[in-house]
Write a protein that binds this ligand. Sequence first.
Ligand SMILES: *Cc1c(COP(=O)(O)O)cnc(C)c1O
Length: 598
Amino acid sequence: MNNYGIDIWGENNFFIDGGKVRLNHACDPAIIDIVKRIEKEGYKGPLTLRFPHLIRKQINTLYSKFETSIKEYEYKGKFNAVFPLKVNQYPSFLQPLIKEAKDYNYGLEAGSKAELLIAMAYNNENAPITVNGFKDKEMIHLGFIAKQMGHDVTLTIEGLNELNTIIEVHKETKLSCPNIGLRVRLHSSGSGIWAKSGGIDSKFGLSSTEILDALEILEKNNMTQYLTMIHFHIGSSMNSIAPLKKALKESGHIYAELKNMGASNLKAINIGGGLAIEYSQFNRSRFYSLDEFANDVVYILKDIAKQKGVEEPDIFTESGRFIAANSTVLITPVLELYSSQLEIKNLRLKDTNPPLITELYDLYNDMTKKTALEFMHDSLEHMESLLTLFDLGYIDLQDRSNSEVLTHLIIKKAILILEVKDYTELKTIEKRIKEKYLLNFSIFQSLPDFWGINQEFPVMPLTHLDKTPTRSASLWDITCDSDGEIEFDNNKPLYLHDINLKEEEYYLAFFNVGAYQDTMGIQHNLFSHPTQINVSFKDDEYFLEKILPAQSILDILDDIDYDSNEIKEIFKDKLDSNTYKVLEKYLYDNSYLNTIGN
Ligand SMILES: *Cc1c(COP(=O)(O)O)cnc(C)c1O
């Protein structure tokens, strides 16, 4: 049976039982049942489901792997971690994270002024805040204010000008100075597709000359004691560990050299983010385990400290994708199967039909198990010929429609008769027999990384998992943009079920969408974020919390600076009051299609 690669990407968080995907937690609810309950409460369209227990699980995994390595190697430094806010800033994601973070003293990383203000307002007391990214004087001043509030804050400088600004603000405000980190520009770079965040050509960080300059500037201003951290980030989704090991050696030696040159309060190495997760449904793409990752970091840093005779540094990590991705599942109702209009009752045969149509009709009726494959191939050839005949004016629209209906009926019948068992079999049979599934969502809004960088996400139906899927599927969203499609790909084939949507419902779920997708989504065609819902557990019951409904149409128009009152006035003016009342209801609906679940 097709398990959609759940053993590769699922991390035991989900399992299939009785034909349904279930959550592997507490009362093991089927996701479809959670969806039904949400729809009963009146929410329609696509849904973003968040599972806070999975955020906790990831935080716990990260900390416990490092605790184990630290014990094993008798490492003297401490382990610390911060969550990089750019990965997901939605309160419905962040509030549960901050709650779970308390037990671990897990902090936050900010890369912009807005993110820093979130961290200053909500970070747990005593948990670290690190500040990366390009900073102006205002942002640096915010760092000082954060320190004044009592936060444990480290400003990581990306260039010497930022260091000079820190000194300026320190002198002007007389506020006590936050910790200072140096982001180093490594000559080794990462291995994922985001590898350009690290490396000698990187957008970020100081060269070795600039590092020496930085130390001199600090000494000259009597501020060397504020230098506490060395930072690097080699890019997102590292699929191999080798570049990290190189970067650790490089930065470890920089740390030790600086310490020996008099940076006496330097005590931490921040290894950035980049821990990968599995997105593929077919092959593993992360070639290291978390144990290996933690062991390598601890071992290499210990080794360098020993070699250079300095104390073992505290370790900071800023992995975001690893913490956030698998907490979130996107649910999209299937609205239509393209060929569902092509049923036998739609045939409009004439008394005399073109010979090829008659032949198609016979292929359909006479098909047996033995001839199914051959007839299916014949029908595809005939259909090609018939389309050409139409273009040349030899057959009419009615004939053309009959050819479409008959060809699809033949394909469906052949798949059924052939009792296709698995992917490879289907693949070898015929790749042209794709079915198009129309989904009630926007790829631009909900899977921006698929649109922008071809990131694949695991996808599977919520039900029917005890039946063999027989249709090779292309997925279409409801935007009016031809890029809003996930095409069938022979190398990563997606097979779905042949469903009669008049009789039953069918939902697809995209997994691992909790990192980067939420705030990177765009309102193309004015579709808002889906309705977001947190599913939390107490004993064996689950609860729906922090529900953030998809924005209403008026709300979205407001967002792009229309005056919603003016819009309402325009309609009020031009419509009678009864019609206006109906229209007003539509203005307060969301943009998604309203055909499922009501
Ligand atoms: C983006 C970013 C991260 C997070 O990277 P992930 O791949 O999500 O772990 C960490 N640190 C810095 C400096 C970043 O820019």
